[in-house]
Design a protein around this ligand. Sequence first.
Ligand code: NAD
Ligand code: DAU
Length: 354
Amino acid sequence: MIFVTGGAGFIGANFVLDWLRTSDEPVLNLDALTYAGNLENLAALQGDSRHVFVQGDICDRALIDRLFAEHRPRAIVHFAAESHVDRSIHSPASFVRTNVDGTFTLLEAARDYWSALDGEGRAAFRFLHVSTDEVYGSLGPNDPPFAETKAYEPNSPYSASKAASDHLVRAWYHTYGLPVLTTNCSNNYGPYQFPEKLIPLMIANALAGKALPVYGDGRNVRDWLYVGDHCAAIREVLARGRVGETYNVGGWNEMPNIDIVHTVCALLDELRPDAAGPHARLITYVADRPGHDRRYAIDARKIERELGWRPAETFETGIRKTIAWYLANQDWVAHVQSGAYREWLARNYGERRA
Ligand code: NAD
Ligand code: DAU
C-alpha cells in the first residue's frame, strides 16, 4: 500500500480519490483533520476497504512508527501542511510546527523503517514530498519562469516553512540515502478546495452577493493548474521519477488575479445569473497582502521531457468544471463555513481598507 499524509485536504483528497479510481493498491491516509481537513471529501470511499483512514498528527513519532510497522507501505506521499499564506502571516507558529517539525518527524520515521527493509524493499521505497513554487520567491515581469535550478528565495512564513521542509528532504537523501522525490507545484484549483483560497472564495462570495476582495492592484500573477493534473503529475513522479530529483509542476497558464476574478464572475453570470446584476459589480479592491509575491510561473519542461507529463486541462475547461462542482455542492460549502471559518473571514478581511 501507499501511505498518504494530509489526504483529507484539498489536493490530498483529490489524489486519494483519483488513486483508487485508477488502481486497487490500498491507501493509508493520515490526517489531523485541522480546519482544512474534511472527511466529507472522502465520502465516496465509505465502506471501501482499500482506504484506511487514521486521524492523527504528523508530529506524533510514536504513531508514525506504529503505522509504518503495521501497514508496511512501499511509499509515502506527503501532502500534510498548513497551506494558506494569509494564515501564516497572522499565525506562523503552526506552519513551523507542521511543515518543518512534521516533515522532520516523517523523514526520521521513514529512515528507520526504510533502513530495516530487505534489499528489494529498500530499493523500491520512495518518500515523495509535495511542495510549492512559492519557495522560489517572486518573479519580475520579464524573468524566465522557475526552473528546478532556481535559488530558493521564500518571502512568507508559509513559503519559508515549505522551503525548510524541502531542504530537510534534500539532506535526508544526500546524507542518509533515503530515496526521496520532491515536486514543486504552482497554484491548484478544483473540487474540494477550502473557500479561503482565491477561486473558491470568489465563487462562494459571489453566490452570497458579498464583496469580492481583490488584494492590492489585482495584477499579481499566478500559474494555475487543475488539481487533477497535479495528481497525475505526482503519480508519474512516484512511478518513474529519478530518486533525489525535484520536478516543477505547472499549468503553463499565467494569469493576473483580476482576470481570474472576472472569469469566475462571467461564468457565474452564465450559469447562475443574479437578478441584482453582473457578479463583477461585487469586485472590491482591498489592502494588499504584506510581502505579496508579484509573479509566479513554472517552467515544467523537465517533467515533460523525463516523464511525459503535461496538463490535460486548459484553464477554460478546468475552471468551468470547478464552478460546476461548486454549484452542485453548495452543501459541502455550507458545511465548511463553520464558526471558525467566519472568525477567519472577520480576522483577515475585517481590517483591510480599500
Ligand atoms: P490543505 O490545507 O487543503 O490540506 C492540508 C491537509 O493537511 C488537511 O487535510 C489538514 O487536516 C492536514 N494537516 C495539517 N496539519 C497536519 C498535521 N500536523 N498532521 C496531519 N495532517 C495535517 O492543503 P492543500 O492545498 O491540499 O495542499 C497540500 C500540499 O500541497 C501542501 O503541502 C501544500 O504546501 C502543497 N501545495 C499546495 C498548492 C495549492 O495550490 N493548494 C500548490 C502547490 C503545493
Ligand atoms: O503557488 C502555490 C501556492 O498557491 C500554494 O503553495 C499555497 O498552498 C496556495 O495557498 C497558493 O498560494 P497563494 O497565496 O498564491 O494562493 P491564494 O489563493 O491565497 O491567493 C492567490 C492570489 O490571489 C494571491 O496573489 C493573493 C490573491 N488574493 C487571495 C485571496 C484569498 C486576493 O486578491 N484576494 C483574496 O481574498
